[in-house]
Design a protein around this ligand. Structure first.
Ligand code: SF4
Length: 343
């Protein structure tokens, strides 16, 4: 069953130089129990898409079109209060740098317990000032929320969780901080977890552990995950389906295995060539040029200026989505699919 459905979503930023179309007509869907990847270079609009889904785009950004359906209901007409309630309970998000999300002055266990108190009815007042709450941590440690916080730390495999819950964030390693963030995000058992570059700041070994953790927790908590990353290697580890994003648009989508064995869009093909290979001593490939300036983008296919296969028409005609492989594998390229144009 579909949990999240995004249709023709458009988010723009009004700037002095002009309008930035950061999310430009995006369709995306996530079924219950699925891990769906969203991959693309930085500046491709991935984070703005996540913020749009959460309806937390800040000014001068604004969602100007499209719809977001969560469990079949539109999020577009929800009030700010309703969306705040939804964020953290039904939909949670974790970011690349947990230090920006964890409060350095509050013990890790208390931060998780506070999230639980805010979003779940565990019979505790949330009206006390934060300072006072910290002072009564001795009493809080016996509370239901505190016990759940320790269980959550244990579930993300923090060693000695009942002791480490008293640590401040700086006393945790980078990997432990990210685990603590995951514990906090999952503490309210959300239906959807949005993980925005959750492993980027971590070394390869810890990165693999965190990805395993996400996969295990998806099953344990029955949570769907939207995994946002610039790294196709991360996608290959855990995702069922992949959406490739470029310059505010999805340019290819497929099952993960299909995308890796039969990539079709020239951008995806180039991204795959950038992946380091253990069996090759060839120099790492990099895609020439940069993600285009979204204000000055006066060409039809957003990848045209960097595409090795670009022809004149690519600058003039918007590529539509075409089936390019097995069912569900589509790409937006004039030179792919059954309707391939002889250009
Ligand atoms: S439409 Fe043209 S420029 Fe765009 S990806 Fe396809 S071949 Fe390249």
């Amino acid at each position: 069953m579909t949990l999240l459905e995004v249709n023709n979503l458009q988010t723009e930023f009004d700037t002095d130089r002009g309008t930035v179309k950061a999310v430009n007509g995006v369709d995306l869907s996530i079924a219950e129990g699925e891990i769906v990847g969203l991959v693309g270079e930085s500046g491709s609009g991935k984070t703005v898409l996540a913020e749009s889904i959460l309806r937390s785009v800040e000014e001068p950004g604004e969602i100007v079109g499209g719809e977001i359906l969560f469990k079949g209901e539109s999020l577009m007409d929800r009030s700010g209060v309703e969306m705040r309630r939804l964020r953290g309970s039904a939909i949670s998000i974790i970011f690349q740098d947990p230090m920006n999300s964890l409060n350095p002055t509050i013990r890790v266990g208390e931060q998780i317990a506070e999230t639980i108190r805010l979003h779940q009815d565990v019979g505790e007042s949330v009206s006390l000032p934060a300072e006072m709450k910290r002072k009564i941590i001795g009493a809080a440690k016996n509370s239901e929320a505190w016990k759940r916080a320790i269980e959550m730390l244990e579930s993300v495999q923090i060693p000695e969780p009942s002791t480490r819950a008293f640590d401040f964030p700086h006393q945790f390693s980078g990997g432990m901080r990210q685990r603590a963030m995951i514990a906090m995000a999952l503490s309210c058992e959300p239906d959807l977890l949005i993980a925005d570059e959750p492993t980027t700041a971590l070394d390869v070994t810890v990165q693999a552990q965190i990805l395993e953790e996400l996969e295990r927790l998806k099953d344990a908590f029955d949570t769907s995950i939207l995994l946002i990353t610039h790294d196709l290697g991360v996608i290959a580890e855990v995702c069922h389906k992949v959406n490739v994003m470029y310059a505010g648009e999805i340019v290819e989508r497929a099952r993960t295995e299909e995308l890796f064995t039969n990539p079709q869009h020239p951008y995806t093909q180039n991204l795959l060539k950038c992946l380091p290979r253990a069996d090759s001593e060839e120099e790492l490939h990099s895609i020439p040029g940069n993600v285009p300036d979204l204000i000055e983008m006066d060409f039809a296919c957003p990848f045209a200026p960097r595409c090795p296969e670009a022809e004149e028409e690519c600058f003039e005609m918007n590529p539509d989505f075409r089936q390019v492989g097995e069912e569900g594998h589509t790409a937006a390229c004039l030179r792919r699919g059954p309707e391939e144009r002889q250009i």
